[in-house]
Design a protein around this ligand. Structure first.
Ligand SMILES: Cc1cc2nc3c(=O)[nH]c(=O)nc-3n(C[C@H](O)[C@H](O)[C@H](O)COP(=O)(O)OP(=O)(O)OC[C@H]3O[C@@H](n4cnc5c(N)ncnc54)[C@H](O)[C@@H]3O)c2cc1C
Length: 350
């Protein structure tokens, strides 16, 4: 196998997109993927009748222009997320609240505390320098405080704090004690604001992909053909002549350049010769994955039958604080919920 211009480690969306663009620019590429499939954190699961549900990334909303373009180029259309019915929420006080809006109604004083906290997070998010977050005014201080301690300082009551914690942990899939305030406000800014980040219509959960999100990755890989090597976990990247050599379980690949398109933690498990600079190495050891349990089931309940399905749920302790959505089901559907790593509990679905 001859040398290529660029070798790419990982066939998730980042790696495949890099390969697609370099290839379009006339460079030769080879993508080395550890698993026996492409798509990384997107994965379609077959539920029969030619239908799939996603076990990883699933939604697309306004502002996600790059993935939208990849979908259009691959001929993959979208459809609105099914979102009808009411939410049922039980906070720490044990009261079951039924509501149409995503957030449950709170007592006026609690509502005021929540509104104030959201306004303050919005103000901090407005000041974020999105392309260079470290240049955000007060970045060091914001990065030196956890979201949990910020909430304790800024949200005086339990109920609004619990609700805010639930919402932010569910979206970021990481306990508030392990998130910095800077990370949170960058996320909010990148999502065009808290409301957009949390919303279905007009927000980040607005649409889904016909055929499942992984289909887009499969189409890109198909177009790249033999340039994508599966079952090829890269173990070592080292200098070779004017470029690099990548040693994988499948074979070694020589290239002028390499792109490592891995989540930081996995990037840190590849050996580099010479070693990466200490700061980069340290970063890769200290940026853990969020952790989500996704459970999906399908039902063929009779047309119009009333069922209750969990959407997103966080069970970090009893009582469970979770929005539940009551829906009318007319055909086979599926739902999921995620929980932060500390929950350590089982999964449940429709
Ligand atoms: C449950 C869940 C729900 C999500 N929901 C959404 C959503 O609704 N909307 C949204 O926009 N995003 C969502 N995301 C996030 C989105 O899926 C990810 O941001 C995106 O897929 C990451 O792509 P990536 O290419 O950066 O990394 P990955 O997809 O992680 O790709 C990395 C690839 O590298 C491979 N690899 C690892 N180590 C090696 C090695 N040593 N050698 C070779 N290959 C290796 C892996 O197998 C993998 O294929 C969700 C994620 C999860 C997990």
């Amino acid at each position: 196998m001859g040398p290529v211009d660029v070798a790419i480690v990982g066939a998730g969306f980042a790696g495949l997109t890099a390969a697609r663009e370099l290839s379009a620019a006339g460079l030769s590429v080879r993508v080395l993927e550890a698993r026996d499939r492409v798509g990384g954190r997107t994965l379609n699961a077959d539920i029969g009748d030619g239908k799939v549900v996603e076990m990883g990334g699933q939604w697309i909303g306004p502002g996600q222009d790059r993935i939208a373009k990849l979908a259009v180029d691959g001929g993959v259309g979208t459809f609105p997320t099914y979102y009808e019915g009411e939410h049922l929420t039980r906070l720490g006080d044990g009261v079951l609240r039924r509501h149409a809006e995503p957030f449950p109604p709170l007592e006026p004083a609690f509502q005021l505390a929540l509104d104030d906290a959201l306004a303050e997070l919005g103000r901090l998010a407005d000041a974020v320098v999105l392309e260079r977050p470290w240049e955000t005014p007060g970045a060091e201080q914001l990065d030196g405080q956890t979201l949990e301690s910020w909430m304790r300082d800024n949200v005086p009551e339990d109920a609004p704090r619990d609700l805010l914690r639930f919402a932010l942990e569910a979206i970021q899939t990481t306990p508030a004690g392990e998130l910095s305030v800077l990370n949170t406000v960058v996320h909010i800014k990148a999502s065009n604001g808290f409301d957009s980040m949390m919303s279905v219509a007009g927000g980040a959960q607005q649409d889904r992909f016909h055929g499942g999100s992984q289909l887009i990755a499969l189409k890109i890989a198909e177009a790249l053909g033999d340039a994508v090597m599966l079952r090829a976990p890269v173990r070592l990247i080292q200098p070779h002549r004017d470029g690099v050599r990548l040693e994988s379980d499948a074979s070694s690949v020589e290239a002028r350049r390499a792109i490592v398109a891995l989540p930081p933690m996995l990037g840190g498990r590849v050996a580099y010769d010479p070693p990466l600079p200490a700061e980069r190495d340290g970063l890769m050891q200290r940026v853990p994955h969020g952790s989500v349990i996704r459970s999906t089931s399908s039902t063929t309940s009779p047309s119009g039958a009333r069922t209750t399905s969990p959407r997103r749920r966080s069970c970090r302790g009893n009582p469970c604080r979770s929005p539940w959505t009551t829906r009318r089901r007319t055909d086979r559907r599926a739902c999921w919920w995620g929980s932060s790593r500390r929950s350590g509990r089982g999964t449940s679905a429709v």
